[in-house]
Design a protein around this ligand. Structure first.
Ligand code: PHB
Ligand code: FE
Length: 326
């Protein structure tokens, strides 16, 4: 095995950034790139893409299944522990014996990722924001943006707007309509409950809520009914990760259009291009990975099944990877 060193460009002048280690992985950055070394190789990712991906992995607590930063680096959530890998979901790396994987306690790896984000996110750069709505990630270290990277993910216990649950977004509390979604209806629904049921019926205007999101590619739970989680999100530019599902998830395109690249989850072989226009519904299978492109800010509903027994049942083949036979 050859000795792996960090490229000179990343180390020869002091740009003010710290380097970080997690097991055999080492992370360092220069003005434009994140450099990742691991016992079998080195890898490089443009810094803005890296921070956007890292932000999602941290905010989502490693999400469902696999979060691929790109076609080499990623994490696999085992819900308590997490694997970090290089090349594991890339058939060329695996065939060459260059894949590498290590298991971590989720809390431990999360802390390293949070520290990387805090140190490498410069003042003015918001890894959750659309490119048109943020400053740059590049250059020597300058300032920080802790307010942006420590946002709490919105997770309703039952439903947005219920007493004691997540509140509404308004102009007054700092959430104006997004510049590209300022034509959605904002009126509140009328609720006509039967006498005696007034406390058991609730409704709110989802468009008026989601169109006020200040982040992109960040599904947030607006209602939870047992394991059924409705997670709408506003999308602009590129989903920063290739999400490798460990269960089926459903997409409903509420406005505008998203183009999805769908690849085999294990090998990365291309499988499909899916163009979703407003009103389209798709089920993303449990054995793929996907990345979306949204040319204009759009609203997507992601419908997740939070049943913890699913990953095992899909991986054993008890359940088919798709939900419908035609
Ligand atoms: C997904 O991987 O299914 C996903 C993630 C973030 C989004 C939308 C979809 O904003
Ligand atoms: Fe997904």
């Amino acid at each position: 095995m050859s000795t792996v060193t960090i490229p000179e460009a990343a180390t020869k002048k002091d740009l003010g950034y710290k380097s970080f280690e997690a097991g055999g992985f080492r992370f360092s950055r220069d003005e434009y790139f994140a450099h990742i070394t691991y016992p079998k190789g080195t890898h490089i990712i443009p810094i803005e893409a890296f921070l956007r991906a890292m932000m999602r992995d941290v905010a989502w607590g490693f999400f469902y299944g696999t979060v691929n930063f790109d076609n080499v680096l990623g994490t696999i959530n085992h819900y308590g522990t997490v694997e970090m890998f290089a090349g594991l979901k890339n058939s060329a790396y695996v065939e060459a014996g260059l894949d590498y994987v290590e298991t971590f306690d989720s809390k431990v790896l999360r802390k390293v990722f949070e520290d990387i984000l805090a140190d490498w996110t410069n003042e003015g750069f918001d890894p959750f924001a659309a490119p048109e709505e943020t400053g740059k990630a590049t250059g020597p270290r300058h300032g920080e943006n802790l307010a942006a990277i420590q946002r709490q993910r919105v997770v309703a216990k039952r439903m947005v707007g219920l007493p004691g649950d997540v509140g509404y977004r308004t102009d007054g509390n700092g959430y104006p309509l997004n510049r590209q979604l300022n034509d959605v209806p904002t009126d509140a629904p009328e609720i006509h409950a039967e006498p005696g049921f007034e406390g058991e019926v609730h409704a709110f205007n989802l468009f008026n809520y989601v169109a006020r999101s200040d982040v992109t590619w960040n599904p947030s739970v607006v209602s939870a009914v047992k394991d059924s989680l409705l997670c709408p999100t506003t999308e602009e530019f590129i989903l920063p990760v290739f999400h490798g599902n460990d269960r089926v998830e459903w997409f409903v395109q509420f406005t505008d259009e998203i183009i999805w690249d769908v690849e085999d989850g294990k090998t990365g072989r291309p499988r499909a291009k899916v163009v979703m226009k407003a009103g389209d519904v798709a089920a993303m299978p449990a054995d793929i990975r996907h990345k979306g492109y949204s040319p204009k800010r759009s609203i997507l509903l992601v419908w997740e099944n939070n049943d913890g027994s699913l990953p095992d049942r899909y991986s054993r083949g008890e359940l088919k990877p798709f939900p419908v036979d035609f």
